[in-house]
Ligand binder design. Structure first.
Ligand code: NAD
Length: 252
């Protein structure tokens, strides 16, 4: 079940958190994993973990918001069956405290970055007999998290991008879905707490954990498990959908 043997997967932001957990699990299930990362040292750590476990992974230094760099990397990779658009950055602020610079930065990475990778991936995915795209959205796209104006907007764009791509490329045999996690305990969350609540890290971590109906944050490995299903042949009938992975956040 859920074997990725013989498949080639590109995972953006595979050096940390959710992207690292997806990279490690996909390699364990037999995929050749290509990690696209801004942070090459972080990518090297993921590759080391994969290699020690007997898997195969290659890292590429690349800023997903730079189209020329993305196209160059995809040309180097060649054939692919799976694209996981996972790289993303956060921003805290309501509309009034979101500068044009903040807005542009968030959209350049979270939205244009995903567009750049899709644009570069489609020709190769058209040649695959089991092509699949997975985009990392967020519950911010579904409920509009407080104080996350630009971030919520950017994840809303990912949600719509998923539907558009699923429709346009269904006839080419390419499936496209997204996952919308609630808070998952990764360096992304730790960095947010450290930056915004210095000295209160433990208390804020506890408060954020309890703010989720299930009473804790998600684990990167839990996102990776759903990602594996959505990128495997077992989910062959699944396309054009978003999957909240949220400990009950959206509906309870
Ligand atoms: P993380 O910060 O731990 O990892 C993100 C990785 O992306 C980092 O290794 C970083 O170097 C890389 N990256 C950032 N900008 C890049 C760029 N321009 N080009 C290439 N690589 C780049 O984050 P995470 O928590 O693992 O989040 C991964 C994804 O999941 C993001 O899209 C995030 O928005 C989404 N998400 C996270 C949570 C959460 O609570 N952690 C919740 C919902 C959605």
């Amino acid at each position: 079940m859920f074997s990725l043997k013989g498949k080639s997967a590109i995972i953006t932001g595979g050096g940390s958190g959710i992207g690292r957990a997806i990279s490690v699990l996909f390699a364990k299930q037999g995929a050749l994993v290509h990690i696209i990362e801004l942070n090459v040292e972080a990518a090297a750590q993921t590759i080391d973990e994969i290699t020690k476990a007997g898997g195969n992974a290659i890292g590429y230094s690349c800023d997903v918001s730079n189209q020329a760099q993305v196209i160059d990397v995809f040309n180097k990779v060649g054939n692919i069956d799976i694209l996981v658009n996972n790289a993303g950055i956060a921003h805290v602020g309501k509309l009034e405290t979101t500068s044009e610079e903040d807005f542009t930065r968030i959209f350049n990475v979270n939205v244009k970055g995903a567009y750049n990778c899709l644009y570069a991936a489609i020709p190769a995915l058209k040649k695959s007999s089991s092509a699949v795209i997975l985009n990392m959205a967020s519950i911010a796209a579904l409920v509009g998290i407080t104080d996350r104006f630009a971030y919520s907007m950017s994840k809303g764009a990912i949600y719509a991008m998923t539907l558009s791509v699923a429709r346009d490329y269904m006839a080419d045999g390419i499936r496209c879905n997204s996952i919308s996690p609630a808070r998952v305990h990764t360096p992304f969350v730790d960095g947010f707490i450290a930056k915004n609540y210095p000295g209160q890290e433990e208390a804020v971590f506890e408060k954020l954990s309890k703010s989720q109906p299930i009473g804790r944050m998600g684990k990167p490995e839990e996102v990776a498990s759903l990602a594996l299903y959505l990128c495997s042949d077992e989910s062959g009938f699944v396309t054009g959908n978003d999957y909240p992975l949220d400990g009950g956040f959206v509906k309870l």
